[in-house]
Design a protein around this ligand. Structure first.
Ligand SMILES: Cc1cc2nc3c(=O)[nH]c(=O)nc-3n(C[C@H](O)[C@H](O)[C@H](O)COP(=O)(O)OP(=O)(O)OC[C@H]3O[C@@H](n4cnc5c(N)ncnc54)[C@H](O)[C@@H]3O)c2cc1C
Length: 479
């Protein structure tokens, strides 16, 4: 088949590109190739009874399929340039915000109408944070919740399925550039030179098990799960890249009342603390009021995450959030993600999965056990192995987290209670950054890289906005 545009990956980046492309020009022939399943077939086999841990499915139902990594997420769409990616560096701050608002409108009109938008604008909490050496970052956040996020995705798919060719369970194995005479250009250097010489009149061919299709324009939106594949494409086509950071830390779980003055007003507060000891930045991440702590499986490595539901019947008595420290390696060791993976593996080795520890036990230098957790005030929402996080996390990171917990205790007394639970490790991996220009286009005309796979975005709102941006650019060029 020959398409005008092929999109690789049906996460938020890919979905919003497809949405905007057909909105701008209904006659465009667009295909979306997705390695995972359609939304209704995405089902993780872990049920806590028969299947207790990851069995390594051919495609991970949590990370892949229509909706991408965001499908079962908490559905927090943050409208801000302060975190969630650096899209603004490419397209400008105002445009980035405008596109995030546009994405929000689409979410609201596709099932999210009853959900709430929270904002830090005018909050007195900013001052309270500042008085305690904490920096509350500015943002508005729409909390869809895992349940409504799913409904929005269902509605988007229903609207798009007759206008766009969706190919599920169809992982793109290889991407080829086709020259003017239909020949495959073999050498990367030759490709680059020829491409520039003929004004970039290249087409792209995607290969998958059992076939191949061609297009004039290709949008790569493969997210975190496609990071290795993205790296391979960049190596083959000699697209420059640079290494990105890794964030390491723990997930904190405490009674929801302790944070309710923050979460009722802001839902999610992104707070940054600069440690006194090492002058490292520790930040809160992914706050889930009345939520649950969950396992996350990245290629067999079990880490921790969290989410919450909009439906009060599914809510718990606890709030959870991550405390993370960013690490970026450059010379001679560059593999920031490898470092994060090794620490997560160590915790898996000691705990058989995620480790949980009471804050009081951590401070007293002893491991937690079933009895101490059972006697504590906080009921864990995830069945994790009681253990000792100080045997897993590097001292510098752990010291930073402890300092931050005491700092948070000043604005939310009770955070540093003995019974506060810490789950580890939480790791946030980032893709290497792909060199793309102000149009999110690579050095090859017609080849775009968007969303988390580009290393430029790290969130639902930024990934979605990058999809809309590229779609508008492509539609404009074709006029
Ligand atoms: C548990 C969890 C909770 C989260 N909660 C939030 C939140 O509340 N707010 C927030 O802003 N962010 C959240 N995130 C992050 C958010 O989900 C991502 O930032 C976002 O999904 C990135 O979108 P994307 O389209 O770039 O990539 P993805 O969503 O990762 O989608 C990429 C898609 O490409 C497919 N793919 C990969 N390689 C290929 C290939 N070779 N061929 C075909 N298909 C391929 C994958 O199967 C996948 O479906 C969460 C993430 C997780 C895992």
């Amino acid at each position: 088949m020959k398409y005008d545009v092929i999109i690789i990956g049906a996460g938020p980046g890919g979905i919003f590109s497809a949405y905007e492309l057909v909105k701008q020009n209904e006659s465009l022939k667009v295909a979306v190739f997705e390695g995972g399943n359609p939304l209704e077939k995405r089902k993780c086999p872990i049920d806590g009874k028969k299947v207790k841990s990851c069995i390594g499915c051919p495609t991970c139902a949590i990370m892949s399929g229509f909706g991408g990594a965001g499908a079962f997420s908490d559905g927090k769409y943050n409208i801000t340039n302060a975190f969630g990616g650096t899209l603004y560096e490419h397209i400008g701050r105002d445009q980035a915000i405008e596109l995030m608002r546009y994405v929000d409108e689409i979410n609201v009109t596709h099932g999210g109408e009853g959900t709430k938008m929270y904002s830090t604008a005018g909050t007195g909490l900013k001052k309270v944070c500042m008085q305690n050496k904490l920096n509350l970052l500015d943002a508005s956040v729409r909390h869809l919740g895992t349940d409504i996020n799913y409904v929005v995705l269902e509605n988007l798919y229903a609207e798009l399925k007759d206008k766009v060719d969706f190919k599920f369970r169809c992982e793109v194995e290889r991407l080829e550039m086709i020259g003017e005479e239909g020949t495959v250009v073999q050498e990367a250097d030759e490709k680059a030179a020829a491409c520039q010489a003929n004004g970039g009149a290249y087409r792209y061919r995607v290969h998958y098990a059992g076939g191949s299709d061609e297009c004039e324009t290709c949008i790569i939106s493969v997210g975190r799960s496609g990071s290795k594949w993205m790296q391979q494409v960049c190596e083959e086509l000699k697209i420059p890249t640079s290494s990105n950071r890794v964030d390491l830390g723990v997930r904190v779980e405490l009674p929801a009342e302790i944070f309710s003055h923050l979460t009722d007003e802001l839902y999610e507060s992104k707070i940054v603390y600069r440690t006194e000891k090492f002058e490292d930045n520790v930040r809160t991440f992914c706050m889930n009021p009345y939520g649950i702590v969950v396992n996350e499986n990245t290629k067999g490595i079990v880490t921790v995450n969290g989410h919450s539901y909009e439906d009060p019947k599914k809510q718990t008595k606890n709030t959870n959030f991550a405390l993370l420290v960013a690490k970026h390696f450059s010379e001679p060791f560059k593999d920031s993600n490898g470092y994060g993976e090794s620490i997560a593996r160590l915790s898996n080795m000691l705990g058989g999965g995620v480790i949980v520890q009471r804050f009081g036990d951590l401070i007293r230098g002893r491991r937690s056990n079933e009895k101490r957790i059972e006697e504590g005030l906080v009921r864990p929402t995830l069945a994790a192995t009681p253990g000792d996080l100080s045997l897993v996390l590097p001292k510098r990171i752990l010291d930073g987290i402890i300092e931050m917990i005491y700092a948070l205790d000043k604005i939310a007394p009770g955070t540093a209670n003995d019974d506060t639970l810490l789950y580890g490790v939480e790791v946030k991996f980032y893709n290497m950054e792909v060199e793309i220009d102000q149009n999110l286009e690579t050095l090859y005309k017609g080849l775009y890289v968007i969303g988390d796979g580009s290393g430029v975005t790290h969130s639902l709102s930024h990934a979605s906005a990058s999809g809309v941006y590229v779609a508008r650019h492509i539609a404009e060029k074709r006029k």
